[in-house]
Design a protein around this ligand. Structure first.
Ligand code: COA
Length: 259
């Protein structure tokens, strides 16, 4: 079986590829574990100066957390899932002392959009699509989406995207400030590499300090993150979450009761 996370080190840049293309690179337990290990390697290996996170195939960056792992989760389980992801991957990427950027090569939905947002900045291919569709499943984002989306695009637009579950195209994501550059699919990794190569010529300690300080400026309070983990867990105790996950897996529209 192919490894679920592929890594390739070239000229100090580690390319980390989530490799579940048949499931749109959805974040299951193993992907979170593997991604966490890859990020640890970025942080601890002096040969690695920076990293790119991308998805295998030409359809998806990551189409969210793996919904098939949701069916048996109750509130405590949902909360533990969100907490584990934050600790192993999302907060670790955000606070990494070396640049980690997302090369978004297709769908970046739910946890995929959240993964891209946890990165220091984002580059997208023209076919990239962004969205937080959790409300379709009777859920809310659990990997920091309600916080980082507000930081990146502002409150009004974040409210709309989170409540409607609308999917937006790469150009709109760029106009909103969610991504920095939109390029063709072929140009995606070369563009990411070109930017990281330029950053590699700068003073590493200064770059680390910038990451830390920009994060400080963008994060007024961490309370929103723990509140989100708590409320994400609470969603798992609702009838609507059972209906939402079942409807997705049965490929039918969900009917919510507000219970
Ligand atoms: N979790 C688990 N499996 C997922 C998944 C997810 N988040 N996203 C996609 N998959 C699976 C599908 O179930 C399907 O599996 P199958 O081939 O065994 O049936 C496979 O990946 C391909 O997806 P499919 O839906 O057939 O592709 P599509 O091109 O018609 O649609 C998407 C692509 C991304 C629009 C659609 O898969 C989707 O809406 N995914 C869920 C997005 C979501 O709600 N994410 C938030 C989770 S909290």
């Amino acid at each position: 079986m192919d490894p679920i996370i592929l890594t390739q080190l070239e000229n100090g840049i580690l390319t980390i590829t989530i490799n579940r293309p048949d499931k749109m690179n959805a974040l299951n337990k193993d992907v979170i574990t593997g991604l966490g290990q890859a990020v640890d390697e970025v942080i601890s290996n002096p040969e690695i100066k920076s990293a790119i996170i991308t998805g295998a195939g030409n359809k998806a960056f990551v189409a969210g957390a793996d919904i098939s792992e949701f069916t048996d989760l109750d509130g405590a389980g949902g909360q533990a899932l969100a907490q584990r992801g934050a600790q192993l991957v999302f907060d670790k990427i955000e606070n990494a002392p070396k640049p980690i950027i997302a090369a978004v090569n297709g769908f970046a939905l739910g946890g995929g959009c959240e993964l891209a947002m946890a990165c220091h900045f984002r580059i997208a291919s023209e076919n990239a699509r962004f969205g937080q569709p959790e409300v379709n499943l009777g859920l809310i984002p659990g990997y920091g989406g309600t916080q980082r989306l507000v930081q990146l695009i502002g409150k009004g637009k974040a409210m709309e995207l989170l409540m409607t579950a609308d999917m937006i195209k790469a150009d709109e994501a760029k106009a909103l400030g969610l991504v920095n550059h939109v390029v063709s699919a072929e140009e995606l990794l070369p563009k990411a590499t070109e930017i990281l190569t330029r950053i590699a010529g700068k003073a590493p300690l200064a770059v680390s300090a910038i990451i830390k300080l920009v994060n400080t400026a963008a994060t007024v309070s961490k309370d929103g993150f723990s509140e989100e983990i708590h409320m994400f867990g609470a969603c798992f105790d609702t009838e609507d979450k059972k209906e939402g996950a079942a409807a997705f897996l049965e490929k039918r529209p969900a009917v919510f009761q507000g219970k």
